[in-house]
Design a protein around this ligand. Structure first.
Ligand SMILES: Nc1ncnc2c1ncn2[C@@H]1O[C@H](COP(=O)(O)OP(=O)(O)OP(=O)(O)O)[C@@H](O)[C@H]1O
Ligand SMILES: [Mg+2]
Length: 268
């Protein structure tokens, strides 16, 4: 198992292109402003945790990074979000294209009511330009399931319904099905909140294993999890980013009073 929290930041060149760059982002649900002038740079190849009290805008910010909010007709935004240098809200960019590069995992595992195999291939089939052969698809399924450490457990029952898996297995499958389109960024919104402590640990370990291969932005209410399983940490309050530093620094010597109040459980 990885030595969470003890690991040093991956040695990426200082000028490596950021995974996500948010500049001056404001977001309104109707008349209610949920995000205020958010500036944020998420580095490539590391795990960044996002913490803050309920309602501070963590999910809103995460959903903005793969254009899920726009399905609500009453959302307006100003500012820009770039993923690997590309403006994801530019006129020549589509939400489908964006989601190929930016996958998202939700609080409750949400496998489709299809077989394990068809779940893994779903995104790939949506995005592919030509039909792939059965053996190409088999390779994609095996690789994705190996990456999330599920292959040995499910290789003999790939045609069974994914919904029959345990919650831990379902959540790993929901991560696996993002991988065949080779995303750069994985967004995870409290991915362990529906899991018991043992399953939480297993999924956390998996997220840590994926570090380096993907840039991961994960929302959590669990301070221990943020501290154990992230390189950098972002603290949000009332729609604003209050502090963003290396995780150890945030927990040992937070710069802002609000951050230390939150970490020490004085509110939220
Ligand atoms: N679809 C929506 N329509 C209208 N308002 C919304 C919508 N989603 C979120 N909000 C509001 O925007 C604010 C930020 O919500 P958001 O869900 O982003 O917070 P959060 O930090 O993820 O909270 P939690 O920790 O409870 O998940 C809240 O005031 C919330 O009520
Ligand atoms: Mg949320």
């Amino acid at each position: 198992m990885a030595l969470h929290g003890q690991t040093t930041i991956l040695s990426l060149p200082a000028n490596a292109r950021p995974a996500i760059e948010v500049v001056g982002l404001n977001l309104w649900y109707g008349k209610f402003q949920a995000l205020h002038e958010v500036d944020l740079v998420i580095r490539s190849g590391i795990v960044t945790a996002m913490i803050g009290p309920s309602g501070c805008g963590k999910s809103t910010l995460l959903r903005s990074c793969n254009r899920i909010n726009e399905r609500l007709g009453y959302v307006t935004t100003t500012g820009t979000i770039k993923v690997l240098g590309q403006d994801i809200y530019a006129d020549d960019s589509s939400a489908i294209q964006v989601r190929r590069h930016v996958g998202m995992v939700f609080q409750r595992p949400n496998p489709l009511p299809l077989s394990i195999r068809d779940n893994v291939l779903f995104g790939h089939r949506l995005h592919r330009e030509q039909r792939s052969s059965r053996s190409d698809e088999d390779g994609l399924v095996e690789n994705a399931l190996r990456e999330v450490l599920l292959w040995d457990r499910v290789k003999d029952r790939l045609d069974r319904k994914a919904t029959a898996l345990s919650l831990e297995e379902q959540q790993k499958l929901c991560i696996a099905r993002l991988l065949p389109t080779k995303p750069a960024v994985l967004l995870m919104d409290e991915p362990c909140s529906a899991l018991d402590p043992e399953a939480t640990r297993a999924v956390e370990d998996l997220i840590w294993d994926l570090r380096g291969h993907y840039s991961i932005l994960i929302v959590t209410h669990n301070m221990a999890q943020a501290r154990r399983a992230s390189d950098e940490c972002v603290f949000m309050l009332m729609g604003r980013v209050v502090e963003h530093t290396k995780t150890e620094a945030m927990f040992v010597s937070p710069q802002k009073q609000e951050t230390s109040d939150y970490i020490e459980g004085r509110f939220g």
